[in-house]
Design a protein around this ligand. Sequence first.
Ligand code: PRX
Length: 664
Amino acid sequence: MSNDTIGSIQGEALAALLHEHRHFSPSEAFAKSANAQPSIYEEAAQDPVAWWAKEAEHLKWEKRWDTTLEWDLPFAKWFVGGKLNAAVNCVDRHVEEGRGDKVAYYWVGEPEGEHRVITYRDLLAMVSQAAHALEELGVTAGERVAIYMPMIPEAVVAMLACARIGAPHSVVFGGFSSEALAGRIQDADARVIITADGQFRRGTALPLKPQVDAALETCPNVRSVLVVRRTGGEVNWVEGRDVWWHDLVDRQSTTHTPEAFDAEHPLYIMYTSGTTARPKGILHTTAGYLVHTATTHRYIFDLKPESDIFWTAADIGWVTGHSYIVYGPLVNGSTSVMYEGTPDAGGKDRWWKIVEEYKVSILYTAPTTIRTLMKWGESYPASHDLSSLRLLGSVGEPINPEAWMWYRKYIGRDNCPIVDTWWQTETGGIMITPLPGITSTKPGAAMRAFPGIDADVVDDHGDSVPNGAGGYLVIRKPWPGMLRGIWGDPERYRDTYWSRFPGMYFAGDGAKRDEDGDIWLLGRVDDVMNISGHRISTTEIEHALVGYPAVAEAAVVGASDPITGQAIVAFVTVKGEQAKSEEDGSQLVSDLRDHVATTIGPIAKPRQIILTPELPKTRSGKIMRRLLRDVAEHRELGDVTTLLDPTVVKMIDENLKAHPGTEE
Ligand code: PRX
């Protein structure tokens, strides 16, 4: 890999980033009382497996494990022989140990003034009722349940009820289209769906149930749909299949006897984009995942369950929500804020109102949101008392140093450490991060591997790079929260993650080790884009575009964007004589954007679609994406000599300049 292009960062921007030497020493205030002490790295390094086993003692086991790790590369089993119940660890044990009155969630609805306070005792009753309800619907251990819901407490209850009865859940983000939902239901062969009538988005009630109804036209195996009433109003109803949550769940007993499951019992499947058009069902199992999420949550966020109010501002439809709204925080008995809406619902200071009202002490969010808040200006946070905040976290994409500094200054008032946490759906929990009170921080760097994690940056041959050099991020040893496979496709699991560098987990990210040996994440090195912290594959969008009758060929690239990190730019050729006039062209572009939204979801809508008579190809017929990215980012075009027809790319460039109107 050349050192002037790593991931999505190139040339001067990369050079500037790598020569950034600013750093902040560990906070003294934290050092005194931090959950993690400086010896933690050394202790874990001496015997990582034993270190994880020690952390596993925090869980409540029905039967202790016999062997901590069985590693048959690339298949890992953790805590073999152990038995436990995930929901008991998240809920029951806190009630049994006298913490029933402790608040598990302060739920904040999108409409202002709507609040719910849910204690661990309340949560236990709700989860027990939902578990009975699922049993009444015939759900048994091992059977998959799909969850397609807004950010309401019932979504968490649904996940935990599934976990309680050993039914792996597959949560699908509420912004995905019915087609995308159907694909996930079919792949997981889910038999029961939990959803809501609708969801609120910036004050408007948007329907959700119609997407489920449409999806189920191609999912004949689904027998029941459990529907929470959230927005009210008319809904289409299929007798014998659909059942209201308030009819079925509310009449169940509030006590439910849990069964203990094997440590490696599947806990959930989460679909994520890969480099092909078909999303991958990432499988996580029970004990290792709980140990990883709870341990990272305790040390990285320095979680003090007695006093902290923890807020992961993310959606439970993504892994961040699974690990740090639901499982990690609940295992640790913390109090979390859960917010249903967008940062500007009810005003651009909505988040800061929430921080002030609930005295949030730890805030965890994505760089895209930070950049949006930054664009809105500091007057919004300045008009609220944010002095309860003591730690800030970032996740999901590389954070640019400017956004990092703004977050530190205007939200953290220069006295909150920032933890930039790198991880993935596949890793289950955080892998690379500073530890507050111990590690120095640098704006834009995730710094170092979490204790017990063996991360490295390697060159093309798989050799570690020296300090000051770039390469690929790999993980050399198994870790408790690692994916156990791709649902139904063990070969794809091996090929995707374990074949690029034999014996190592290949994350798909470019990384750099700076002069001090600290790690900087530099973006994806494959065909996966990161749009507002959401992972979207270029191939998936190309597939959607060529599925449209008028389209002959499509090439999609991720172009850098000041707010969303990357933005989707599509280059499309049309069949025959279509789109002759300007008007036809803009109509087609608009139809295509809608088509992508219906096929995948609004998050996958291209920012720009450029119609072109041809795509730039090499003599062997390969589309030159590098050039398309140069065009999309308005860069000087590099070497075009390998192109079959060098004039094509110039023509596209001119087209792009002539049609800035396709940009929203
Ligand atoms: O490219 C990395 C980026 O997000 C990808 C994982 O996306 P996903 O599975 O959707 O999980 C996101 C939430 C954990 C990674 O391959 N990424 C995630 N965190 C960071 C990051 N890139 C740079 N810095 C981070 N802190």
